[in-house]
Design a protein around this ligand. Structure first.
Ligand SMILES: Cc1cc2nc3c(=O)[nH]c(=O)nc-3n(C[C@H](O)[C@H](O)[C@H](O)COP(=O)(O)O)c2cc1C
Length: 177
């Protein structure tokens, strides 16, 4: 069931949390589109666009990826996975570092958009583990010049995961304030 939530941006940011348990209800294509629009609204160095997104709903592929990745066991339960891919040749100065940075920005937007839509999501790691990168490339036929950064399961939250308060005044240095 789609939920309409109207919350301000700072509330969404504060309420975002990693969700790893899902009801199994399939997220609509419309919502995945909204999430990917948010992803592609992320900042990118010198406005180069080094990202591609693979949207996966095939149950067998979701299970294969969950079996082969150490920390993505929740993937089949979510019903949808988004693989954020970095393409260094399309990034500022053809750099892997810029491609990864830009794709990390897009990934955070995915997590925030999911939260805003009442959905649950979690960053599960592929990069920088070379073995995981190769495994995902093989399963999804991703060419060698493309780096799968992460796999983000997206679904309806089954539990009541709460945001963790990471705020620490000690991490701020007020220079000459
Ligand atoms: C680079 C990165 C890699 C992560 N890898 C995984 C992962 O493989 N599996 C997982 O369940 N969570 C993963 N996470 C999610 C973190 O565990 C989570 O963000 C952290 O515990 C803080 O919790 P929160 O997201 O609820 O604030 C990753 C997060 C980041 C930023």
């Amino acid at each position: 069931m789609e939920k309409l939530m109207i919350k301000d941006t700072l509330t969404i940011i504060a309420e975002r949390k990693s969700v790893r348990r899902f009801t199994g209800e399939q997220v609509s294509k419309e919502n995945i589109y909204k999430i990917l629009r948010a992803a592609m609204a992320a900042p990118a160095a010198i406005h180069m666009i080094p990202w591609k997104f693979i949207v996966l709903t095939d149950k067998i592929k979701l299970q294969t990826l969950a079996d082969g990745l150490p920390f993505a066991k929740m993937l089949p339960g979510a019903g949808t996975g988004i693989i954020v891919c970095a393409v260094p040749k399309d990034a500022a100065m053809g750099s892997e570092e810029f491609a990864i940075l830009d794709c990390a920005c897009a990934s955070e937007n995915i997590l925030l958009a999911a939260e805003a839509l009442g959905l649950g999501a979690v960053w599960t790691a592929i990069y920088p583990n070379k073995e995981s990168e190769e495994f995902v490339r093989k399963v999804l036929n991703i060419p060698s010049h493309v780096i799968p950064l992460n796999l983000i399961p997206v679904g309806y939250p089954a539990g009541d995961e709460k945001p963790k308060d990471k705020f620490d005044d000690g991490n701020i240095h007020w220079e000459n304030w």
